[in-house]
Ligand binder design. Structure first.
Ligand code: SF4
Length: 365
């Protein structure tokens, strides 16, 4: 059987690891392994070759429309087309016979020299803007050990867990990382509210790095001004005033030897916060010495430009993202950031013209 595999929106890696220089799509790696073990011929990366079966995996929901547009072409090149991935449908899952395929096949497909995968799935927090609790459930559970993810070609491990610090497995993972002498990149934003002295001590005891292992880095998030969740230990509803909690937790990490400049905070914008709240989060984190990466909200269907209630996002959002992530803040204040100023001037002009037109209409009556 001739099998085509297309990872339609897999990102190019900045540091260019692996033959295809891509961030590995784990589902494609498992599909690859499943068919290799059956002796099938694999065409990857698929570029339009005629195949018996074509697998298309999409991670991001904004790829859905492009995928639908190109579907007649895909169908003309394969007897069967299978589309999956969170971008196509967050409910989609691999069948168990594929899901249980070893990680080594992913490393072979992408020819990468680091281990990557999940030791823990799910997340107890349940943020309304996030697909993880819907897809994986409102609790964390073990899916692999660190040892199962190690790539024999290196000692670097990238963990994709959505909430690594949750009690299930975190301390065991850290112990195994230490014992095996691994370096680790916790690739997703961790929940800063979960950090206890024991967590801080454990984090400080391992060699944590960014994805490409070029700098020391831990990721956390500060997405909303108030964080609400059910405490997994007590089952009680808890609420964190993040402008108080975040600095306290940064100080806790620092006390255990993790300096603020090792911390990168993902900051959600355009969901339910105002410009003042966004600037407050940004300034607080920068003043404390942390890095900030702004994430612009998209709804769960991948729609851009709307907030958490489906209304148009505030005018500053897309410009703030550029100002923060493009490090425009090094050159000027946000109020002086030219694209933002242009947008404000344009809106004011539109308002003036609209008011003038309304006055003319009234006069005409
Ligand atoms: S803490 Fe992170 S993974 Fe968990 S629900 Fe919130 S955004 Fe999603």
């Amino acid at each position: 059987m001739r099998i085509g595999i297309l990872d339609i929106d897999t990102k190019k890696e900045k540091m260019g690891h692996g033959k295809h220089e891509k961030f590995p799509n784990l589902a494609c790696g498992k599909i690859f392994g499943y068919h290799m073990e059956r002796g099938d011929e694999i065409v990857y990366p698929w570029k339009g070759e005629r195949v018996d079966k074509l697998y298309i995996s999409t991670i991001f929901s904004w790829s859905r429309q492009a995928l639908e547009r190109q579907m007649p072409y895909f169908k003309s090149r394969a007897d069967e087309v299978v589309v999956g991935g969170t971008g196509a449908d967050w409910r989609s899952k691999l069948p168990p016979e594929m899901e249980n395929i070893g990680h080594q096949w992913t490393y072979d497909l992408y020819d990468i020299d680091y281990g990557i995968g999940f030791t823990i799935r799910g997340c107890h927090v349940g943020c309304s803007f996030c697909v993880v609790p819907r897809k994986e459930g409102l609790r964390e559970y073990r899916v692999a050990t660190v040892g199962e993810l190690v790539n024999p070609r290196s000692n670097h491990l990238v963990l994709l867990n959505n909430n690594s610090l949750a009690d299930i497995g975190f301390f065991e993972d850290v112990e195994e990382i230490r014992e095996r002498g691994l370096t680790v990149n916790w690739n997703q934003a961790n929940d800063i509210t979960l950090v206890t002295d024991r967590h801080a001590e454990a984090l400080a005891s391992v060699k944590y790095y960014n994805f490409a292992k070029t700098s020391r880095m831990l990721h956390f998030s500060w997405d909303q001004m108030i964080k609400r969740k059910i405490d997994p230990a007590t089952g009680q509803r808890v609420e964190y005033v993040m402008s108080k909690t975040v600095p306290e937790q940064i100080a806790r990490l620092k006390a255990h030897g993790i300096p603020p400049h090792h911390l990168t905070f993902y900051m959600l914008i355009g969901f339910d916060t105002t410009l003042e709240e966004d600037m407050h989060r940004f300034r607080t984190l920068r003043e404390l010495g942390c890095e900030v990466y702004a994430m612009q909200f998209r709804d769960l269907n991948g729609k851009n430009g709307v907030d958490g209630k489906g209304n148009p996002q505030l005018p500053h959002v897309r410009h703030l993202k550029k100002w923060v992530n493009g490090r425009g803040f090094k050159a000027c204040s946000f109020e002086e950031f030219r694209p933002y100023m242009d947008e404000i001037e344009r809106r004011e002009k539109d308002q003036r013209e609209q008011a003038a037109q309304t006055a003319l209409d009234l006069f005409a009556v």
